[in-house]
Design a protein. Structure first.
Length: 118
């Protein structure tokens, strides 16, 4: 058994580590998260460098990458983007890991940070 805090209801629960998708006993949240690093849900503007014509907002941010939402054509997987997140002073470089359409106009992409390309 492990002690966890439910991200939905913020209550302490005990999880049986042998269950594949354990549930929160208070609100029913399914703990099916594969990621082991913290992701912060954050809505901030993303400013691209290098002629990328998208207006984007972050959906969630972690130490390894960011998920963004925007209107327009999905970015190609394995392409590289240079950008700055509103409220941050550092410019970031990232590789597009995935992109998918959400409805008719909206698109989301997962970006993994990379070291600055030369």
């Amino acid at each position: 058994m492990k002690i966890h805090i439910c991200p939905r209801c913020n209550k302490v629960i005990y999880i049986n580590t042998k269950r594949l998708y354990p549930l929160c006993s208070h609100c029913g949240y399914a703990f099916n998260e594969r990621r082991t690093f913290y992701r912060k849900q954050k809505a901030a503007n993303v400013f691209f460098f290098g002629g990328v014509p998208h207006n984007a907002k972050t959906k969630d941010v972690s130490g390894k990458g960011v998920r963004i939402a925007y209107t327009g054509k999905p970015f190609e997987s394995d392409s590289f983007l240079n950008f700055k997140i509103e409220g941050s002073v550092a410019k970031k470089s990232a590789r597009v890991v995935w992109s998918k359409r959400i409805g008719n106009k909206k698109t989301e992409s997962g970006l993994r940070y990379v070291s600055k390309r030369k």
